[in-house]
Design a protein around this ligand. Structure first.
Ligand SMILES: Nc1ncnc2c1ncn2[C@@H]1O[C@H](COP(=O)(O)OP(=O)(O)OP(=O)(O)O)[C@@H](O)[C@H]1O
Length: 308
């Protein structure tokens, strides 16, 4: 039996004047699944999830929760979902434990603060005041607050923004724990590594529309079974991509002076690369051969980088 659909949206729209923040988004999420909504800044991720959390009103579209169409995200839904709040929603003088107890008091059903403190590795900060927490600790507290009512669906909106790599890994393992407990996780992120690591399914959005959807493997396969040769250029002061393209038509510019070539014939492309740049003063350096990732999928679909 396939898993129950716990959330669905059909043709969701939200415009701010001329800005079509959400422009006809549809998707479904099954119980126990982690869906990552991936897209660049301004793509409409936050607007989409805030509508589903009941924080903004859509202009059009249908929302289904737990098998029923809902016109308004009322308390009966809010009891069953968890929302990671922005840290500005916390009272600075409360301690970590007091904050969890405060939010716990808003629900009829709740998890013990102690359990959440352990789950989010906040033991050392139990009695620390919110105003003294680091950015990463605040983010973890925000995730703990999202779980206080033991929700069936948890919304995490860019939960690792501003975290160092170690804190990010720690949060990823918490999300994995949540999945093991059968929670449904809806994660918005502009970190493709995060989506690749955590998501069972990824929704790529751009300009308020879904431009691709599937598992990470499906999305990567959709751009062809190719390899990517990435390299840096040295040896000459400046060289324009247009001039490079005259030598190597398949070359594409990346960030920080790096370039890439997408190919099905790695050996042939590599020897061409060295052959064509021989005696030009260009030095090819720091060569990496890798399989495509979600960033490449986005680049292929939009011609832009996720980080633009
Ligand atoms: N309250 C608002 N009033 C006017 N425009 C808004 C409002 N909220 C969002 N927008 C606009 O809607 C678009 C989508 O914004 P949204 O915050 O949903 O994107 P996002 O994908 O979450 O981006 P980010 O990763 O930067 O948070 C943007 O162009 C944004 O400027």
């Amino acid at each position: 039996m396939s898993a129950e659909v716990v959330l669905g949206v059909k043709n969701l729209r939200k415009y701010y004047g001329q800005v079509k923040a959400v422009n006809g988004i549809s998707f479904e999420v099954k119980r126990g699944e982690c869906l990552a909504i991936l897209g660049p800044n301004g793509a409409g991720k936050t607007t989409t999830v805030e509508i589903l959390e009941g924080l903004r009103k859509p202009d059009a579209g249908e929302i289904y929760y737990f098998g029923k169409v809902v016109k308004r995200i009322d308390d009966s839904i809010k009891e069953r979902i968890g929302v990671q709040l922005q840290s500005s929603a916390f009272l600075e003088h409360l301690t970590v434990k007091e904050t969890l107890d405060f939010f716990g008091g808003l629900y009829s059903k709740r998890l013990p603060s102690k359990e959440l403190i352990r789950l989010l590795s906040l033991e050392e900060k139990v009695n620390a005041r919110v105003k003294g927490l680091s950015g990463g600790q605040l983010q973890r507290l925000a995730v703990a607050v999202a779980l206080i009512n033991d929700p069936e669906i948890v919304y995490l909106d860019e939960p690792t923004t501003g975290m160092d790599p170690q804190a990010r890994r720690m949060l990823w393992s918490t999300v994995e724990d949540l999945k093991k407990r059968g929670k449904t996780v809806i994660l918005t992120t502009h970190y493709m590594e995060e989506a690749e690591y955590l998501a069972d399914r990824v929704l790529i959005i751009d300009h308020g529309k879904v431009i691709a959807e599937g598992t990470v493997e499906e999305l990567i396969r959709s751009i062809g079974e190719q390899s990517i040769i990435e390299f840096s250029l040295a040896g000459i002061e400046t060289i324009s991509i247009e001039n490079l393209k005259k030598l190597l038509p398949d070359i594409e510019a990346l960030e920080e002076g790096r370039c890439m070539i997408t190919t099905n014939k790695v050996e042939e492309s590599l020897s061409q690369l060295f052959e064509k740049t021989k005696n030009t003063g260009i030095i090819i350096d720091d060569v990496i051969i890798r399989r495509p990732n979600l960033e490449d999928v986005f680049l292929k679909l939009t011609g832009r980088s996720l980080r633009d």
